[in-house]
Ligand binder design. Structure first.
Ligand code: MRU
Length: 330
């Protein structure tokens, strides 16, 4: 399988080929591929690769080989539920097969279906969200919730794309998104490439821009939305939501069904802690004194009371969110 190397952007647009599930796991862990829907489908592809490479001639042996790979893929990143959703979907298909040949074929077909469904869901949720955007709006986002983070089109940026397709003029304010800089490196790249007007800002400028009235709406993606309506997304999202409430700016997470976790409440989610070097190094140079303690939570949690509505391919979910999620997503 081939994927865009997101660690090389925006300097270099290069593809990485993975021929083993171990390479796929490493690509997910090191964020060669990142973004919740993208890692869900990538993990599913990694598992399909395991099915093809297994020497098993009986279904139980194939399942055992695939379970070992599934465990490796599950250990790569803990927060985005799409990763677990993708793996579970492929495992279910394999377990339903009568022969090894049938299992191999059906897992590949399942992964193809998942990839197509992701683009379709994003286009649909894009149209749902676009109705919330007025001509001339400036939309604030966070991280990269665009085509790069999905199989195509994007979630939060899919909403922007759909609004533009409706003939509206929309401008995007892009926080750099320290420490991994997905905003500066990926969202600014993706939007500029598609000629969508955007302005890059430092993360620290978000409150000031809102206080000047320069943000009309906030649209962000999500890595997991729990059944009690809490939104887990890239670190910095929560402070955007708090500031949005202070300045009466609507705050909308946009996410497909695969991002909803109907089995868990917010207290049961692990927020990924990434390496300290992401914080104390910039472009290979240390920017903080040696031995200073560093915390690097990669995601944060926005409570439902700060959410104006959730944009999904099945329609808008409004408060009270727990019942809305259960009604629309079950
Ligand atoms: O650490 P990342 O880059 O994988 O985090 C990605 C995000 O937080 C995105 O906002 C989220 O996955 C939604 S992508 C459509």
């Amino acid at each position: 399988m081939k994927m865009v190397d997101q660690t090389a952007l925006p300097t270099r647009f290069a593809y990485v080929s993975c021929t083993t599930p171990e390479q796929v796991a490493s690509a997910i862990r090191t964020m060669v591929v990142r973004g919740a829907p993208a890692i869900g489908v990538a993990a599913a592809m990694g598992l399909a690769l395991a099915a093809q490479r297994s020497r098993a001639s009986r279904v139980p042996d194939l399942i055992r080989d695939m379970e070992a790979t599934a465990a490796l893929l599950r250990s790569t990143r803990p927060t985005a539920v799409n990763l677990f959703w993708g793996i579970d979907r492929v495992m279910r298909k394999a377990k339903a097969a009568d022969t090894v040949g049938e299992a191999r074929e059906s897992v590949v077909a399942e992964v193809r279906a998942m990839a197509d469904e992701d683009v379709e869901a994003n286009r649909r949720l894009g149209r749902v969200g676009a109705d919330l955007i007025d001509d001339g709006d400036t939309v604030l986002t966070q991280c990269n919730a665009g085509a790069l983070a999905t199989v195509g089109y994007g979630t939060a940026l899919g909403v922007v794309r759909a609004a533009i397709e409706q003939g509206k003029f929309v401008k995007v304010l892009v926080p750099e998104t320290r420490p991994a800089l997905q905003g500066a490196r990926l969202t600014a790249f993706e939007l500029s490439r598609d000629r969508i007007p955007c302005t890059l800002i430092a993360d620290t400028a978000v409150g000031h821009m809102m206080s000047l009235g320069r943000v009309d709406k906030v649209f962000v993606g999500a890595d997991r939305i729990t059944k009690d309506g809490y939104v887990f997304n890239k670190i910095g999202t929560y402070q955007e939501a708090v500031l949005a409430r202070r300045h009466r700016v609507p705050f909308y997470p946009a996410a497909p069904r695969s991002t909803f976790d109907l089995a868990r409440t917010h207290g049961q989610v692990t927020i990924e802690e990434r390496g300290a070097e992401e914080v104390f190094m910039i472009k290979g140079r240390r920017i903080a004194p040696k031995r200073v303690p560093v915390a690097n939570p990669a995601f944060d949690m926005t409570p439902p009371e700060l959410v104006s509505a959730m944009v999904t391919e099945r329609g808008l979910i409004e408060s009270p969110f727990a019942s809305g999620i259960s009604r629309l997503m079950s």
